[in-house]
Ligand binder design. Structure first.
Ligand code: ZN
Length: 107
């Protein structure tokens, strides 16, 4: 009899194709079947990313609003907006800091 196997995405051992739990490392493989929710699947992903990029404060607020929504996709987009906005804020702070250092002649 032929046992169909696949590789465990966590430990790379061969496991039964229908396994829901890896027998080697015990990882839960069930979420491979359920449709994985990605923020990039959201229809507003591009426009929200642009908002976060241009005005991180608005992106942060948008992200918080979306985190309170019921849909998992909306929540994912909210998480994306918040992390992206925080990243942009840090980036702006660094650029501003370097600019201040340059203009005061410290570098
Ligand atoms: Zn494993």
């Amino acid at each position: 009899m032929l046992d169909k196997t696949k590789k465990c995405p966590f430990c790379a051992e061969d496991i039964n194709e229908n396994a829901i739990k890896c027998k080697h490392c015990g990882s839960d493989l069930n979420n491979n079947d359920s449709k994985d929710v990605k923020a990039s699947n959201h229809p507003n992903f591009i426009s929200f990313s642009i908002i976060c990029f241009l005005i991180p404060i608005i992106g942060l607020i948008l992200g918080m609003v979306y985190l309170t929504k019921n849909s998992a996709l909306d929540k994912k987009l909210g998480e994306h907006c918040i992390s992206f906005s925080i990243l942009m804020t840090i980036l702006i702070a660094v650029v501003y800091f370097v600019y201040m250092m340059l203009s005061s002649g410290l570098i």
